[in-house]
Design a protein around this ligand. Sequence first.
Ligand code: GLN
Ligand code: ZN
Length: 753
Amino acid sequence: MVKSYVTGFARIGEQRELKKVLENFWSGKVNAEEVQTTAKMLKTRHWNYQKDAGIDLISSNDFSFYDLMLDMIFALGVIPTRFAKFSGQQLYFAMARGADSAVAMEMTKWFNTNYHYIVPELNANSKFSLNSEKIIAEYNEAKANGIKTKINLIGPITFLALSKTTDDSCAFAHLDSVLEQYTKLLNEISKLDSEVVVQFDEPIFVTDKGDSLVDKIAPVYEKLTSVKGIKVIFMTYFEHALKAVNEVVKTKIYGLGLDFIWGEKNLAALEILAKSDVVLFAGVVDGRNVWKSNIDKKVELVKDIASKLGGKDFYIGSSCSLLHVPYTLKYENKLNSEIKSWLSFGVEKLSEIAIITKLVNDEKLNEKEVEIYTENKASANSRSNSSLIHDEAVAKRVANLTKFERDMSFDERIKVQKQTLNYGILPTTTIGSFPQTSEVRQVRNAFKKGLISKDAYEIDIKKYIDDCVKFQEECGLDVLVHGEPERNDMVEYFGEQIKGYAFSENGWVQSYGSRCVKPPLLFGDVSRPKPMTVEWISYAQSKTDKIMKGMLTGPVTILNWSFVRDDKPRAEIAKQLALCIYDEIADLQDAGIKIIQVDEAAFKEGYPLRAENIPAYEKFSVDCFKLSVASARPETQIHTHMCYSEFNDIIKTIEAMDADVISIETARSGNELLKIFKAVGYKQEVGPGVYDIHSPRVPSVQEQVEQIKALLEVLPKEQLWINPDCGLKTRKWEEVKPSLKNMTEAVKIVRSL
Ligand code: GLN
Ligand code: ZN
């Protein structure tokens, strides 16, 4: 017998109800009560979706007003002292977003997802004090709705492993105090019912760091499993957790969650589990992607798991929380119907889980399930044959590739470039975008909705480019950009012009707090029917005698910020994307563009969770970047830009990408993080970023002179470019103008020294 579960459900709302009410609350338009009403409505709706689909084990405490790590910080009562004057809800949001003089707590990426959590802050004096109210209330709320839930909590080991300390102390020094609070909490929970299931999320154990923490599992969970009336699930996701499995089976833990989609190696754990009392919670429906599961194949997988478990009962469910996929296809009215038939969002995945469960148990499907199952078979068939997906010309081109990189080595190229481009020392430029004013957003939206003509749209965009070029000339920048006014988003802009991409209307996924993103859907073989940027860049070039830099998004970043088809290896899809950029570069240089920047903002975030998979990722992403710029002639200078500053672990890979110039985000770290470039003898040119664009502050001439001097202590002047540390789209013109003027002024001063 198998039963079904869901690791956790999304909470932002299928119409982003929570986002809207929160933002209205923060701006004082609605009161706290309204926020509660919306929250209650959402929780009830989500429980009912799961119940109606027939899911056996549903969660409570997977709802959050902002973030579940923040909720755990709040529940453990470990509040940084700068928030001492706040309490209750005000305190909660102050920690998340900052208030008065108290800066917000740090936020960072949740493992390899695009979700961001609030980082717990600890120090040697941290005090803990339990606040169980929300957790208890949510359980009772679900119970009042007729659902006996499992309670989701962040596990103590993951909590501490992801905490930062603001002094030299070690987060695990607090383990005992933390466990004291968890135990108190479990005691309270145990009074709620004769028996309550508690899911401890411990995803740290799918990382290499987790492997070094496995010896904590037995002592920690011995305490947590000793509370009477509590059944403990140890939940992992996103990768395999093989080392942890060996420890978990030694404890009295009731259930162990393993991801069989993104952690296929977990199959090796089944033999161990077969011999233990621990119940498997097998993640078999992809919680990270948007395609329909092939139900027949999943049934096979589950039966295989069953036989390896030697007939033991177990649970099947989503590979991780459904937080990471959009809600439902219900609102998708514009998607091509064939493409839509291949998709499955959160709500649709619930039915998949329920149907797989029934099929494995030989139970009869109800009428609606029969319909879904029939459609599922048809969709699997159409996906393997559809001409929308399979483009022979693309496949042939990839198969017959002969040119994978540029013709000349960097040493030779740069000599040619220095001559033809004729730039002196410390050349100045920017990263691409200029302020996205509300006017330019309105123009784009109006054009998209058909409210203004193409001509009217182009007049306005050209006007923006004219002003942008004029300002850069006045300012004395050496290499100009057009400012990107025609782009809503650096991936969506290209996706919209690439064949093989589709866009949902409502496929929102929470990124952090009330912020959501709507990743484009890469469903088939991709190709570029016609030039994507040449007209705008050529127009901008026609407005100046200086060099106009062409601006493209790189293939690895396009891939990492999309929902990508799961029927082909990512490395091959990346090659197809690379060829789209390859063609664009060929066209840009034919149009007279001499410098082209290929942004790889998301290169680093695609890194796998486990070191064992890093070489493969690095190989395909470097190959793919090199292929994308292989059409550039030696005299065409290729820049790239990356939105981070820590290159210590990946510097050799960055060098292997072989871009002529790289701009990076080191402004906030002085010259400290630049030192690695010197240490490894990095040859190519570097623009480290002389000021931080993430703040509205205008850096003075003197400050920037100092920053440039600091950079010159590390790298020679012949190797350095001077630029801000990222694109300027989020800033206002009032900030950008003086900042850039000060930057070019500072360069003049340094050049004359
Ligand atoms: N060229 C892009 C811009 O300037 C790069 C954005 C990014 O680095 N995220 O906006
Ligand atoms: Zn950037």
